[in-house]
Ligand binder design. Structure first.
Ligand SMILES: [Zn+2]
Length: 651
């Protein structure tokens, strides 16, 4: 066993990224033996894309992308190639290599939409057993849900428009006709034409300045799953942060972004030291306009980030640590299907917490982990009383269901606590070594829960002769009893302040004491401030304080607290989210409606929208307010957020 271990370790180093070629990597001819992905029509076992070239023209006036998706394919003798499409207009399909002028039109059919319009339609293209090039001529439509076209009023410049895409989980098929399954990894290249005063960026090697003709060429030389293909176009500038990291943003936000994210090179160094060398060349972050529905999206080489991270005090940079960690967990080793999203996200949250621990210390990292654990417990309660109590398992059954359902605290936080508990059991050194080898071994592959389990047994548990209830964690509901317990005296203190407040006292009212001191031979009375100030605590401490306040707090006392601690005027969106939820529960929302409305009209991040709208909708006194604000705000949201809030308010 020991011999094998050493052999594996040596091979692992070679399989890892240190030896990656600079040129595109050809897909292995081997076809996957893992089960079919239920969220794709693609017949990957017969024919599959290995390289995709995109010829695109971005037309802001028509809010349409006109394009050709040129698929270079591995064909095992298929007579039909099946692609996923949703909300696309297919004009024609040709076979043959366009570079050799050998394109020939072929027949195609588009299948019916699935019952709940979740996975879209199958595009069936007639091919023959020798076909290796399929070219699909198409255009996007208003139903292309991945695309967020922002007119000038929604951008920082107020003079130039903006476009970005969001592919995860299965939205790439709404802007590119392709085999949209994470189980198939492809390389891609693109030629993209945009207005000449705008910069185009992709999840690829990127430009840093405008091109006079507005045509940009992109290469992604590493194999990625389709949900990681991304495009953004806008009045975007670039600032280098050193060590191969940089930030892109609308020019008005650029300096603010560079200051907020200046620790990125340090994060990169920590990540490299933990789990092996970063494999993707450069690592840049693009800060998008406020409508972006997520905190961040791990598009390789170019994380897309939400401007709500710009707090001025770096208090939310853990989101960047998360997206950077995805360069290993998720992007390098990818879930085979959305049923195992926890393999992407649980590993990433664990990794993120390790980066934050190295940067901010264990006490702060524990506070962050506990905040998330608190959210997980609420999520588990909701899941338990829902129609699908089995959704508290890490491995999910998603047949016929929207894969976005997997994007819950279970995959992220229960997944992270699985690794934290495992760390407690096997020791940090052993887990770190295991994870480093795991990323190297499965680099540029997709895996499922069973593949992970085999590897876990063979390379961690069996060699150390350790029993660990991983089956209960992965396939069982709720949280196993051996889940690691974390304590934070600082958060306990904040809960205690909340209890004091709930009991009628106010620990935050201004408090002073006077003391006599001797100065220059004279006695002098000085005033000492004993009050607790907002800036004395970190954001996460205030989150726990607000969460522990009673929803029965009177509006008068809410107002008093707001006066002492200025929550409604906070620049931090995490604090605002907690405060607005409580304000809705206590009906104090009626008094601070302008602040709530400003936030909901400006910010499109689903993490904030959902709890605030839900709280407003649940209180009969603020139900109408939720609808009024949504009607004003919905045009500012990406379709992902708009759809989620609309569902919530209609139920
Ligand atoms: Zn993530």
């Amino acid at each position: 066993m020991m011999k094998n271990w050493i052999l594996f370790f040596v091979l692992g180093l070679f399989w890892g990224c240190s030896n990656l070629p600079e040129t595109p990597i050809a897909n292995t001819e081997k076809l996957s033996t893992l089960p079919h992905d239920d969220h794709s029509y693609a017949n990957l076992q017969q024919i599959r894309t290995k390289h995709l070239h995109l010829d695109l023209e971005v037309d802001f006036k028509a809010q349409t992308i006109y394009g050709v998706a040129r698929h270079q394919m591995i064909n095992k003798g298929a007579d039909t190639a099946i692609f996923d499409v949703k909300g696309l207009l297919i004009q024609k399909v040709t076979l043959g290599d366009s570079k050799k002028s050998r394109e020939k039109e072929t027949d195609f059919t588009i299948g019916p939409m699935d019952k709940d319009s979740i996975i879209g339609q199958a595009l069936l293209v007639n091919v023959d057993s020798n076909t290796t090039y399929v070219n699909i001529y198409y255009q996007t439509t208003t139903e292309s849900a991945a695309l967020d076209w922002l007119d000038t009023t929604l951008t920082s410049s107020k003079t130039k428009p903006f476009l970005y895409t969001q592919g995860q989980a299965i939205l790439t098929r709404t802007w590119i006709p392709l085999q949209d399954s994470p189980s198939n990894r492809i390389t891609y290249s693109a030629d993209v034409k945009v207005p000449s005063d705008l910069l185009a960026l992709m999840s690829a090697k990127n430009p840093t300045s405008l091109h006079p003709d507005g045509i940009f060429h992109f290469e992604m030389p590493y194999e990625i799953p389709s949900y990681l293909i991304a495009l953004a176009v806008g009045d975007i500038g670039f600032k280098d942060l050193g060590s191969g990291c940089g930030v892109y943003a609308e020019k008005e936000l650029l300096q603010q972004c560079a200051t907020e994210f200046e620790d990125l090179p340090r994060m990169m160094q920590v990540a490299n030291n933990l789990y092996g060398k970063y494999c993707w060349g450069r690592y840049d972050v693009l800060v998008l306009p406020y409508s972006f529905p997520f905190g961040g999206m791990e598009n390789p080489m170019l994380t897309f980030a939400n401007p709500t991270l710009l707090t001025g005090d770096k208090s939310l940079v853990s989101v960047l640590a998360h997206e950077l960690a995805h360069s290993w967990s998720g992007n390098l080793v990818t879930n085979h299907s959305w049923s195992d999203l926890w393999l992407n996200e649980g590993t990433t949250v664990y990794f993120e917490q390790r980066i934050m621990e190295a940067l901010s210390g264990k006490e702060v990292a524990d506070i962050m982990a506990l905040i998330e654990f608190d959210e997980l417990q609420n999520a588990l309660k909701e899941i338990q009383s829902s129609k699908h109590p089995e959704d508290s398992r890490l491995h999910l059954e998603l047949v016929g269901r929207d894969p976005d359902l997997a994007l819950s605290d279970v995959a992220y936080v229960k997944g992270a606590f699985f690794f934290k508990t495992l760390e407690q059991k096997v020791g940090r050194n052993a887990l770190d070594k295991f994870l480093k080898n795991y990323f190297a071994h499965f680099a540029f592959q997709t895996i499922d829960a069973n593949t992970f389990i085999d590897y876990l047994e063979q390379h961690l548990l069996n060699p150390l002769q350790i029993d660990f209830n991983y089956r209960q964690w992965i396939f069982g509901e709720g949280l196993p009893q051996n889940c690691i317990q974390i304590a934070s005296p600082r958060l306990d203190q904040m809960s205690s302040y909340a209890q004091q407040f709930n009991a009628g006292s106010n620990p935050f009212k201004p408090q002073f004491k006077y003391k006599w001191i001797r100065k220059n031979g004279k006695r002098k009375k000085v005033k000492i401030d004993l009050s607790i100030h907002y800036e004395d605590r970190i954001i996460q401490e205030w989150q726990i304080f607000i969460r522990n306040l009673s929803p029965k707090t009177s509006a008068t006392r809410m107002k008093q607290l707001d006066h002492d601690l200025h929550f409604s005027a906070s620049q931090n969106s995490e604090v605002l989210k907690e405060w607005f939820v409580l304000a809705a529960q206590t009906s104090y929302a009626l008094e601070i409606k302008p602040a709530i409305e400003n936030f909901l009209v400006k910010v499109g991040r689903r993490k904030y929208l959902m709890p605030i709208y839900e709280a407003l909708n649940s209180n009969p006194k603020t139900k109408q307010m939720a609808r009024d604000i949504f009607n004003k705000a919905k045009h500012n949201y990406h379709s992902v957020s708009r759809g989620s809030v609309a569902n919530l308010l209609n139920n």
